[in-house]
Design a protein around this ligand. Structure first.
Ligand SMILES: Nc1ncnc2c1ncn2[C@@H]1O[C@H](COP(=O)(O)OP(=O)(O)OP(=O)(O)O)[C@@H](O)[C@H]1O
Ligand SMILES: [Mg+2]
Length: 270
């Protein structure tokens, strides 16, 4: 089957990392909200089937009784390609949002144990959703470099990827693997986001390096530009839990500064 190319979307961008829990979903959600606030037409697809966090982070809820799921399950095998795009995305903070988490019932998750199926589900979900015309469609990738990422890389045309790392060495080693996986599939890696980069002391403003910052030079830091450093900040974590991004609740606040820097860096790379 040919790689899926979405005709009405200018840039399909993956937000990925080699490692779990580094802040991919946080970065993807804030990037989506911020790019929409800057006037771009933005979609966000949560491609993390096993830990779909995007709905929570944006405060969107599932439609009644997982409608739509029964329609797209038979398409998951790869034998059938979704042909019509008539599933409306949800809309939040100017972003068109879809997540498998909005479609799958708790009792239906067993079928997701087949990892290759998951890649095909995500591919078909991309086609089934009526995204309309978009400037950017962000894919919040699941962690790691095996499945379902491999199937996604093989089956969807990606215009770029953004890699999220933390200061520790290990994250960078894993991310080098992720970097190579995108490069092998001819996906340009637009840049790195260093998340949980430092902590700003709320009293004196001093920059505290919480995590050990590696001095081993990995290819990832020489080959890929650093787009932004996002500090570790309780406000960002709280915003994720309440579904109210700081870019909306306090766009001019100090918490939003690093996020706007990231958003404008990404705009510059598109
Ligand atoms: N800069 C930050 N400051 C404070 N908390 C953060 C920051 N970035 C992420 N978090 C918190 O860390 C946790 C993990 O973040 P997130 O879910 O975005 O990571 P992920 O890479 O998408 O994880 P997974 O691999 O499970 O998909 C969340 O509770 C999130 O709110
Ligand atoms: Mg995530």
């Amino acid at each position: 089957m040919d790689r899926l190319k979405l005709d009405h979307v200018k840039h399909v961008i993956a937000v990925a990392s080699g490692k779990g829990g580094v802040g991919k979903s946080t970065v993807a959600v804030n990037l989506a909200v911020g790019l929409a606030a800057r006037g771009l037409r933005v979609g966000l697809l949560d491609a993390d089937v096993h830990g779909p966090n995007v709905p929570l982070m944006l405060g969107v809820r599932r439609r009644e009784a997982a409608q739509g799921w029964s329609a797209f399950v038979p398409l998951a095998s790869g034998s059938g390609a979704a042909s019509s795009s008539n599933m409306p995305p949800l809309e939040r903070y100017g972003v068109k949002v879809m997540s498998i988490g909005l479609l799958v019932g708790e009792d239906q998750t067993a079928m997701l144990d087949n990892v290759e199926t998951v890649g095909w589900l995500v591919r078909n979900l991309l086609t089934l959703v009526d995204w309309g015309e978009l400037d950017v469609l962000l894919l919040d990738f699941p962690p790691g470099t095996s499945e379902p990422q491999a199937t996604l890389l093989k089956s969807v045309v990606l215009d770029g990827a953004i890699l999220v790392v933390t200061p520790q060495d290990l994250a960078r080693l894993d991310s080098t693997r992720a970097l190579r996986a995108f490069q092998r599939n001819n996906v340009p890696v637009l840049g790195l986001v260093e998340n949980m980069s430092y902590l700003r002391c709320p009293h004196c403003g001093e920059r505290i390096e919480i995590f050990h910052r590696t001095d081993v030079e990995r290819p990832i830091s020489t080959e890929v530009p650093l787009l932004a450093e996002i500090p570790l900040d309780p406000a960002l974590s709280a915003a994720g839990d309440t579904g109210r991004p700081v870019l909306i609740t306090d766009p001019d606040g100090v918490q939003a500064e690093a996020l706007w820097a990231l958003i404008d860096a990404v705009r510059g790379r598109l």
